[in-house]
Design a protein around this ligand. Structure first.
Ligand SMILES: Cc1cc2nc3c(=O)[nH]c(=O)nc-3n(C[C@H](O)[C@H](O)[C@H](O)COP(=O)(O)OP(=O)(O)OC[C@H]3O[C@@H](n4cnc5c(N)ncnc54)[C@H](O)[C@@H]3O)c2cc1C
Length: 587
């Protein structure tokens, strides 16, 4: 345990911190403050008392320290406590909590180690509620539980905003390594900031923690641990996000993939009493997590960022007791002794009574170095009304030779001034329906460039031009404002080959498509060729590639999972609701 700090500490506003504010979150600051800075009344505190222990404190007592796992919820009954950020090599006060206030953050539910230290400022009395007590409160006292969960989530978002207290990435902001780690931090709501190696704050950290050493990318974890060129897995482990995948016993439901479909299955599974683990190789949100604004999702008339939607879903899932384990990649799935065994890339295995595959797809990209930076403001993988709105009277480029590219080009010709349809092959006839080719030929503002490829996208905050090259080496720069990449999507299903039936493109076959001759009809549209394994969302053959449909499928599949578990109850000796069945903690 680190030595106690002596108050008073200097209050540093988030935006004044080295590295400046994170732009990772959007949202209303006042709402977050209101949700985070809750003062519990006497009645609420009386309800919480049976779940914790009273502790008397003196100034300087450390109640929990940076990096500790299993820390307690601290409810201030009298006196005050400080939450202290130690990630900048100096101690910085995040906030002081007085009577009725409580110190708690999302990590209390996820099992993540703690970002900051909590130190008594004045003598007083505290109620210390262990993590198990917090889980019990959420399960049994919905009103207070909701208040706590909302405050925990708001506190995490505020930490994200201030980029306080967790990761400092040191390296050139444009490097692939930094970009990958920033994406990982953003997707998993890990507070982070990025420093150029020449920044005096970076120089000081390197001198203190890695004198004389060199690396392309450094990650400083909570101002204490320095990692050289780490993988996302190593970063996750260092901050305690890498939750243990080990189990005491099998869970009812293993969900592979934490995009909209997987998160939905986890929320509905856990809320309906199934012990549930969700695994994702990268982080929560899937493709939707990379969308800056989803405008066609029910209930959000002015849109919601995919990251925010995923974060809300994750909080909801863990509130109901699902365990979210990232970053872990499923490598294989097999049936052993009536259970499903998923082998993960860190060598561990997960066992479950049923599996929902929600591993989605990856849209093929053009492979241009700066393509990713324009995803959202200019590079699109779908052409709907949403995207078309930004193409009014400008030139756009559609890449591809299939029907989706042809439909996109026709659709966009209604709003764009010119549509350049770029395809690598010598003609469209082999890949596109004739009716579309005829329409394209007759559309006055569609120009078909066969035997061509896009070689560069230029611009700063938005696309300013697109370079097209032909097979003869000729190049042309088009003042295009948007690029629609319609060259197909590959399902993430390699890990399932030989386990369940896939269609010719590798998507998982489900429902009637897997009913063998003479076999009883499959009752769920999401059942794969292997009873007990279900598939939902974009990875499923014939799925509608939308957030709402993925979420809907994730919700509906849970009733089929219940049906399967009821039918097979007891076959592994520990069926649903039987003694010894693992109830994963809300981590
Ligand atoms: C930029 C962009 C914008 C979009 N905008 C919209 C929109 O506005 N409206 C709309 O309706 N749709 C939109 N879509 C489509 C929508 O996001 C998808 O249809 C939806 O995300 C599909 O959800 P899913 O859960 O099935 O799969 P995904 O979102 O693809 O999630 C799959 C998850 O599985 C994980 N995974 C894959 N393999 C493994 C493995 N072996 N082990 C562990 N984890 C694994 C991945 O890391 C990923 O997180 C957009 C897509 C993109 C790319």
């Amino acid at each position: 345990m680190a030595s106690p700090v002596t108050p008073p500490l200097a209050l540093v506003a988030p935006d004044e911190r080295p590295g400046g504010p994170s732009t990772a979150m959007t949202g209303n600051t006042d709402d977050l403050r209101r949700q985070a800075e809750v003062v519990l009344g006497d009645q609420d505190i009386a309800l919480l008392r049976p779940f914790g222990e009273i502790r008397a404190t003196a100034p300087g007592d450390v109640l929990f320290d940076v990096g500790e796992p299993g820390y307690a919820l601290v409810v201030v009954l009298s006196g005050s406590v400080d939450l202290v950020d130690r990630s900048y090599g100096v101690e910085t006060l995040i906030r002081t909590f007085g009577p009725g206030e409580f110190v708690g953050e999302l990590g209390l539910l996820t099992g993540q180690t703690v970002f900051a230290a909590c130190v008594a400022r004045e003598s007083g009395e505290l109620l210390m509620v262990p993590r198990s007590g917090v889980q019990e409160i959420i399960a049994t006292l919905p009103a207070v539980g909701d208040l706590l969960v909302t405050a925990f989530a708001a506190n995490r978002q505020r930490l994200m905003r201030s980029a306080a207290a967790t990761l400092t990435l040191i390296g050139p902001e444009t490097s692939h390594g930094i970009e990958r780690l920033q994406q990982f931090a953003m997707r998993n709501r890990i507070p982070s900031r990025c420093l150029d190696p020449a920044d005096p704050a970076a120089v000081a950290l390197l001198e203190r923690l890695a004198p004389g050493q060199s690396a392309d990318v450094w990650v400083v974890v909570r101002g204490q641990t320095m990692l050289a060129n780490p993988t996302t897995f190593e970063v996750a482990r260092a901050i305690g996000l890498d939750l243990t995948a080990e189990q005491d016993g099998p869970v009812d439901l293993l969900v592979i993939g934490a995009g909209p479909a997987g998160l939905s299955a986890a929320v509905y599974g856990a809320s309906e009493g199934l012990s549930t683990i969700v695994v994702d190789e990268f982080g929560i949100g899937g493709q939707a997590g990379s969308s800056t604004r989803i405008e066609n999702y029910l209930g959000f008339p002015s849109g919601i960022s995919g990251g925010d939607l995923a974060f809300r879903a994750e909080v909801q899932a863990i509130k109901f007791g699902a365990r979210v384990t990232v970053p872990r990649r499923a490598l294989s799935l097999a049936r052993e002794d009536g259970l499903f065994v998923v082998r993960l890339d860190d060598g561990t295995t997960l066992r479950g009574r049923s599996v929902v595959v929600a591993t989605g797809v990856r849209y093929r990209d053009l492979g241009l170095p700066n393509e990713e930076t324009f995803v959202g403001p200019g590079v699109h993988y779908a052409a709907t009304e949403l995207e078309a709105r930004f193409c009014r009277n400008v030139e756009v480029v559609v890449v591809g030779a299939g029907n989706s590219a042809g439909q996109a080009a026709m659709f966009l010709s209604g709003t764009a001034s010119t549509v350049h349809l770029v395809c690598r092959g010598p003609d469209l006839g082999r890949t596109m329906s004739q009716y579309l080719i005829t329409r394209l030929e007759h559309a006055p503002n569609v120009r078909v460039c066969t035997g061509c490829v896009v070689t560069a996208i230029r611009g700063r905050e938005r696309i300013e031009s697109v370079t097209i090259a032909n097979a003869q080496g000729g190049e042309e720069e088009i003042p295009g404002r948007a690029v629609f990449v319609m060259i197909g999507a590959d399902p993430h299903t390699d890990w399932l080959r030989g386990t369940v039936s896939l269609d010719e493109k590798g998507f998982v076959l489900t429902g009637p498509a897997v009913t063998a001759d003479g076999a009883p009809a499959v009752t769920s549209p999401f059942q794969t060729s292997e009873p007990g394994i279900f598939a939902v969302g974009d990875a499923r053959s014939g799925s509608v590639k939308r957030v709402a449909s993925a979420v809907g499928e994730g919700a509906v599949v849970v009733s089929a999972v219940h049906g399967y578990l009821a039918a097979t109850r007891g076959t592994d000796g520990q069926g649903l609701n039987s003694p010894g069945r693992e109830q994963p903690s809300a981590s």
